[in-house]
Design a protein around this ligand. Structure first.
Ligand code: TYD
Length: 151
């Protein structure tokens, strides 16, 4: 998944069941998200001013929700950047593979809930930005070759 762009990432509204005693939001495989959830993790107690992320994934899809509070996600495909503010528990961000992401501006008490398509695997990470740029460049090379029309 080298040739993805920030436009392949999208905000998805999550079903919200409103009740006077509180709300419920539901995420289902194949319904809300287009992948089967293999792993859930959450970031919390992030100190003020701290940033997280700073890496890309080769194959992993993620669905990220501000379950509480707010934070910003900066998406970067090696050419374009886009900042998404997550601040509602009924709205999530689908991040496709091949996107460099940084998370910052965590509000106090915020919780970043992440639903992931694969179990944790360090070899799926690209943690070096130069390597990431190289990874994306190679994909463009491949794309050009594939786009050559047969005579
Ligand atoms: P990382 O994904 O780099 O955190 P972030 O993107 O939020 O800054 O994860 C930090 C460390 O946590 C990583 O080196 C190993 C551990 N970790 C796991 O063991 N399992 C997991 O599912 C995740 C997400 C992280």
């Amino acid at each position: 998944m080298k040739s993805t762009t920030i436009y392949d990432c999208s905000i998805i509204e999550i079903d919200k069941h409103h009740h006077d005693k509180g709300n419920i939001s539901v995420v289902e495989n194949g319904n809300t998200v287009n992948f089967d959830v293999k792993r859930i993790y959450y970031l919390y107690d992030v100190p003020g001013g701290e940033s997280r992320g700073g890496h890309a994934h080769k194959d992993l899809y993620q669905f990220m929700i501000a379950a509480s509070g707010s934070f910003d996600v900066i998406l970067n495909d090696g050419e374009l950047k886009r900042t998404i503010s997550l601040n509602r528990p009924y709205r999530g961000l689908l991040i496709v593979p091949g996107i460099w992401r940084e998370l910052e501006n965590f509000s106090s008490g915020s919780v970043c809930l992440v639903l992931a398509s694969l179990r944790y695997n360090e070899s799926d990470y690209i943690r070096d930005y130069d390597q990431f740029k190289e990874y994306k460049k190679i994909s463009k090379g491949n794309l050009n070759i594939n786009q050559i029309e047969p005579k």
